[in-house]
Design a protein around this ligand. Structure first.
Ligand SMILES: Cc1ncc(C[n+]2csc(CCOP(=O)(O)OP(=O)(O)O)c2C)c(N)n1
Length: 324
């Protein structure tokens, strides 16, 4: 595994900051009713898992996730402008404004979405990995899974098939301890979710610190290398979400106030990484500041772009729904 150099580490910092600022702005835009709809699920708190994991992929590798998808799309290299336009339902959005927050996909980036049905994307992930295997392309797929999603049928069917067919896939459970409002101990007796790997005869990639981007990168790099040669790996990444399940969940912050504060104060992935960089490289502060400001500017530009993008026409809305 290649040791990341300073340039790479700064790129990870940039991606994490961009995701945090982009989503903080989305939250504000939702309050201002510029982004509408009942659902918008933020990735805030999870940034190190998404960025560290995707850093282990090649550009031709694939990723698929559930509805907490904006951060994953940004980390896979999709430009913030079409993502923001999609958030506002505009014509220049990644899905032409037809999908919105939960459907951020980009064929060019091999970012396959964005799925609203809990666990529904897992069989698709297995299908993408099967296509790579069938076509001998040497590509790997990463599939992100919520802890709640790891309890439904799709999980068991898809992970089982991946083992039987030795598909080139890395299953990453993002264990943030709560599914909507249900604590993990209330939904499964085996709360060490990575141990399920053994039941399907696939490689157990272990339980990792999902707030430490370096640890995530190391573990997922090993897993990707294994998947490319020998088939599936299951990893459990411990992380925490800073916001309610979605924008309509108004009481999460109060219900989990103490725990939330503890994670924000002591385990914030961006603060931890910033400290690590400051320890490793003397006088890096101004460089980090410039990156932060560039991210603020990129978010401002994406809002401007989205506000100026036209609404889809009726013709747009009925195109690409079925094969044209
Ligand atoms: C099949 C199905 N059942 C229920 C829901 C409603 N629902 C949406 S998200 C969610 C909880 C999922 O939690 P988890 O997988 O842990 O992901 P997190 O939101 O914590 O990231 C539920 C029950 C749904 N969308 N689809």
């Amino acid at each position: 595994m290649a040791k990341p150099n300073k340039e790479t580490l700064l790129e990870w910092y940039r991606q994490m900051v961009l995701i945090r600022l982009f989503e903080t702005r989305c939250d504000e835009l939702y309050q201002e009713k510029k982004i509408t709809g009942v659902y918008m699920h933020l990735y805030s708190g999870h940034e190190a898992t998404g960025v560290g994991a995707l850093a282990a992929l090649r550009p031709d590798d694939h990723v698929i996730t559930a509805y907490r998808d904006h951060g994953i799309a940004l980390a896979k290299g999709v430009h913030p402008n079409p993502i923001m336009a999609e958030m506002m339902g505009k014509k220049d959005g990644v899905s032409g404004g037809k999908g919105g927050s939960m459907h951020i996909a980009s064929k060019e980036h091999r970012m396959w979405g964005g799925y609203a049905i809990v666990g529904g994307h897992l069989p698709l992930a297995a299908g993408i990995a099967f296509a790579s295997q069938y076509n001998n392309t040497d590509e790997v797929t990463i599939c992100f899974i919520g802890d709640g999603a790891s309890n439904n049928g799709y999980f068991h069917e898809a992970v089982n098939m991946s083992g039987a067919w030795k598909l080139p896939i890395v299953w990453i459970i993002e264990n943030n301890f709560v599914a909507m409002g249900t604590r993990i101990e209330d939904s499964t007796a085996q709360t060490r979710l990575h141990m399920r790997a053994e039941g399907y005869g696939i490689k157990d990639g272990g339980r990792i610190d999902g707030q430490d981007v370096m640890a995530v990168y190391d573990a997922v790099s090993d897993a990707v290398a294994h998947a490319r040669q020998n088939g599936p790996v299951l990893i459990e990444s411990l992380t925490y979400r800073y916001k309610g399940h979605g924008v309509s969940d108004k009481s999460y912050d109060k219900r989990f106030a103490e725990e939330l504060e503890e994670w924000k104060q002591n385990r914030d992935p961006i603060t931890l990484f910033r400290r690590m960089l400051e320890d490793k490289y003397k006088n890096i502060g101004p460089e980090l500041e410039r990156i932060f400001e560039a991210c603020e500017q990129a978010v401002d530009e994406s809002v401007e772009f989205a506000l100026n993008s036209p609404d889809p026409t009726y013709e747009d809305l009925i195109s690409n729904v079925y094969v044209d």
